[in-house]
Design a protein around this ligand. Structure first.
Ligand code: GTQ
Length: 345
């Protein structure tokens, strides 16, 4: 019997070596690592404290200009995904600094981007010939293949979180990128026009849209904050997520960016959320308040401008000491479009 098994083991090893030369490999050696019972993400829970990273951002500002860097960004790399330029398995995030007087030159790429302002007031992103002047808590999108440049005519530094679908577009090998001929694109419209056109659950009657991305690209914080404050006055918080709104494409009600779901939630002071898990690893950025996220055995103590990650399918809960307002984004719309998304609470 032993001999037979040894022979069989040898025979299999020989077989694997033979087919390996022709780029074939046996499924039965890896089936259960490949098709797992539940998500098996390399993504780990992690918190980037503003107090730790902001001096590094300032230091980067002394080492290189925005123009030289093209984009002066510290990439937030998940500790389980070091060297792979990503904050979750499917998403890229970084902290971008624009100093007074600087310009980050115009380019476009197939990756979609979101900006979520953490610090400063008065820097702009220009999209499609329109400049939007940004403040803390504003959410701004740069749709796939639209020229965008950033600049800071104010007298204070601005830092925002960039979120991009870089790993997803890389997975699909669908990346394209090109610089604009001019460093800054010509501004052709007023900075309030986009909000006037699309920010009031209305649209210009002659408007025809031909992409999946929202035509609204500036979602100012004061409007989001006001909506959450009204909800908080008028109804009980949800036991898991408090009061939570999703940024939408006003033409369709779908997610503002087709590849990334974006949300803002308010947790009342003293809120203790129930345990929750979902298949979309999620990046959170805190605007206001203090509290903690308990995820697995980890406790992430958060405050304003901190960024943290909750990995796919790992149970977590949110608690707020003070009234807290928290932005988040994930690949949820992609999973939903493909009938893959699950949540549990
Ligand atoms: O602002 O266009 O963080 O192209 C990474 C790549 C920001 C941007 C990033 C980019 C940008």
């Amino acid at each position: 019997m032993d001999t037979v098994q040894t022979n069989q083991t040898d025979a299999r090893a020989e077989f694997y070596a033979k087919i390996d030369k022709g780029n074939c490999t046996p499924l039965w050696e890896s089936l259960h690592a490949l098709i797992t019972k539940t998500p098996n993400t390399p993504c780990l829970p992690y918190l980037w404290k503003w107090d730790q990273v902001s001096p590094w951002i300032e230091e980067a500002g002394r080492l290189i200009t925005a123009k030289e860097a093209e984009r002066r960004v510290l990439i937030l790399e998940n500790p389980g995904l070091r060297g792979r330029s990503r904050i979750t398995h499917s998403l890229y995030a970084g902290l971008q600094l624009i100093l007074p007087g600087e310009v980050a030159p115009a380019h476009r790429h197939s990756q979609s981007a979101l900006r979520f302002v953490l610090h400063g007031k008065g820097a702009y992103t220009a999209v499609n010939g329109e400049k939007v002047s940004m403040s803390v808590g504003d959410f701004v999108i740069t749709p796939s293949w639209t020229f965008h440049d950033h600049g800071n005519p104010s007298d204070e530094p601005m830092v925002w979180m960039d979120g991009l679908d870089v790993p997803m577009v890389e997975l699909l090998d669908a990346q394209f990128m090109e610089p604009n001929a001019a460093e800054s694109q010509e501004v052709t419209t007023s900075s309030e026009l986009n909000l006037a056109h699309f920010g009031n659950t209305m649209k210009p009657v002659e408007y025809r849209h031909n992409t999946k991305t929202s035509p609204l690209f500036w979602y100012p914080y004061d409007r989001t904050r006001e909506a959450l404050a009204t909800m908080n006055r008028a109804e009980d918080p949800h036991p898991v997520w408090g009061h939570k709104l999703q940024y939408t494409n006003p033409l369709t009600g779908a997610s503002a960016i087709p590849t990334m779901g974006t949300f803002m939630q308010l947790l009342p002071a003293g809120f203790k959320g129930q345990n929750y898990r979902s298949t979309d690893s999620t990046v959170y950025a805190v605007v206001e308040g203090k509290g903690r996220c308990r995820v697995g055995d980890t406790v992430l103590e958060f405050g304003p401008k901190d960024v943290f990650v909750c990995p796919s399918w790992m149970p977590y809960s949110l608690e707020a000491d003070d009234e807290s307002v928290i932005f988040s984004f994930s690949d949820r719309p992609v999973q939903q479009a493909l009938d893959l998304w699950r949540e549990q609470f």
